[in-house]
Design a protein around this ligand. Structure first.
Ligand code: ADP
Length: 492
């Protein structure tokens, strides 16, 4: 398949190390598939530890010079990169839809979101202020600098092929760190396209490298990233299982880690909720990216008094959700990413049925499109014994639980080792505070399904992760404090 791009040089099938487009030492490649058709759309190098080490060494050589630039000069380049992404948004979205499957307009929206990190963090880097502290002794001045942590690495998943890489690279580069990034094996092309644009706007060699590999190569690349003493920080987004492993591996050289792992988002709808708001939010929090986001509503908890009306409206909404290939203009959701994703969704639905769940809509793959095109699905009668209540489904399945009291809702919502995002629908201000404070989650969406922004701190608590991305807190994760005690400042 050849994509009809305005600028075909954005379609890169090599890794990018130290400012060079390179193949694997072995010459081996792995295929990247279009999930809508199963066709191979690209062949990308299978790198391993040796190439990753070279990328890290190049990042070390580049780091001091990059950090020495004025913040405003780095900011200017990042702004140029954001602008270049926006100028090429149609092509970047085509590449993304081809490798990930999401509808092209949704891919285009992700490109704008991805670019916003370069713009926002570039600006914010001009405000990495230090501190002076009133001294506890005479003749002293206490000063705190905030300096770039140094060489960093990022590992990203396939669900946001452009925004996950930029959410990591933007704060790193903005403050003077360098980064070696490994995109997911399913979706390396979007990250490579960003690297192509980074090169064009003048980001120096070694500052931002991309190492590619397939699922078998990931432990080798990750092993080098986490054991190499040059690397001072790992930022990972992906499964909890891999996050725990990487955190353990980072212990050997005591690296700083940021982890954005799985969620199991509760979506609480109280009797006094505005139904229109709640349904509009389901459309985003459940059906965006076919439900394949770590903040997707996973447990929809609805109070008894509004339960039936809510279910009726969700079914109505779900009937308007059109499953089709991402390049079809009528598509609102595309295919699931791959066969394991489909197997998980199908397993969750089968489990729900055996436990008494009533499937009101969907429950199967699309008759015409087949493959991994899963129908929008609504199931009622859910409880915490269901598999899908305990693991992220990552599919377009809305499972509705019924609850009676506010206390029950909070208890069920918190009954999970995860704590990324939660959604809350009520018009009672006191309840917003009580429930908002009571939910053990890093992010609470109140009467909305949309919370992500470069300006806001994205991240979770409990086993959903460590650290925040986006906002000034996202910058902090790439900085070290340096305290300087100056003595001998005596009176004349
Ligand atoms: P998902 O279930 O979303 O695919 P994973 O955690 O498996 O989540 O993958 C997220 C990212 O982590 C991908 O880039 C993948 O290649 C990478 N990855 C998976 N296993 C390892 C590993 N052992 N070491 C380093 N990276 C890994």
């Amino acid at each position: 398949m050849t994509l009809q791009l305005n600028d075909s040089s954005l379609f890169r099938q090599q890794a990018y190390i130290d400012g060079q487009w390179v193949d694997a030492d072995s010459g081996e490649t792995f295929p990247v598939y279009d999930p809508a058709t199963g066709e191979v759309i690209a062949n990308v190098p299978r790198l391993g530890a040796a190439e990753t080490r070279r990328a890290i060494e190049a990042a070390e050589r580049a780091q001091a010079g990059w950090a020495k630039l004025l913040a405003k000069d780095r900011a200017r380049m990042l702004r140029d990169l954001a602008d270049a992404m926006l100028a090429n948004a149609d092509d970047l979205a085509m590449i993304m839809t081809a490798e990930q499957g999401k509808p092209w307009p949704e891919a285009k929206a992700e490109v704008a979101y991805a670019a916003s990190f370069f713009e926002w963090f570039g600006e914010e880097a001009k405000r990495v202020y230090g501190e002076t502290i009133p001294a506890p002794m005479g003749e002293r001045r206490l000063v705190v600098l905030r300096q770039p942590i140094g060489v960093t690495v990022g590992i990203t998943p396939w669900n946001f092929p452009s925004a996950m890489p930029t959410r990591k690279a933007a704060p790193a580069l903005a403050v003077g760190c360098t980064m070696v990034l490994k995109p997911a094996e399913q979706t390396p092309l979007s990250a490579l396209a960003v690297a192509e644009l980074a090169e064009r706007v003048g980001i120096p060699a070694g500052v931002f490298s991309i190492v590619t590999g397939d699922a078998e190569d990931a432990p080798k690349i990750g092993g080098e990233m986490t054991s190499n003493p040059i690397v001072r920080k790992l930022s990972f987004t992906g499964s909890t299982q891999v996050g725990k492993l990487l955190m353990e591996q980072c212990a050997g050289t005591v690296k700083k880690v940021s982890l954005e792992l799985g969620g199991n988002a509760p979506f609480l709808v109280f009797d006094d909720a505005d139904l229109d708001d709640a349904i509009a939010a389901i459309n985003v929090a459940k059906y965006r990216n076919a439900g394949q986001t770590c903040i997707s509503a996973n447990r929809v908890l609805v109070q008894s008094g509004i339960h039936d009306a809510f279910v009726e409206r969700v079914v109505e909404l779900s009937k308007t959700v059109n499953v089709a290939p991402g390049f079809d203009p009528s598509a609102t959701i595309g295919p699931l990413i791959d066969d394991p994703a489909l197997e998980k969704v199908a397993r969750h639905v089968a489990d729900a049925k055996t436990r008494g769940g009533e499937v009101l809509l969907g429950g199967d793959v699309h008759a015409e499109h087949g493959r991994t095109f899963f129908l929008p699905t609504v199931i009622t009668g859910a409880d915490m014994s269901w598999e899908m209540s305990n693991e992220e489904t990552f599919g377009p399945v809305t499972a509705v639980h019924r609850f009676e009291s506010e206390a029950d809702a909070v208890r069920i919502a918190n009954d999970t080792p995860f704590g990324l995002a939660a959604y809350l629908f009520t018009r009672d201000h006191a309840r917003i505070w009580r429930v908002g404070e009571g939910l053990d989650y890093g992010m609470i969406a109140i009467n909305t399904g949309f919370i992500s922004a470069a300006e806001a701190p994205f991240g979770g608590v409990k086993e959903s992760g460590i650290g925040r991305e986006g906002s000034q807190h996202g910058i902090e994760d790439f900085l070290e404090l340096k305290y300087m005690a100056w003595a001998g400042i005596r009176d004349e």
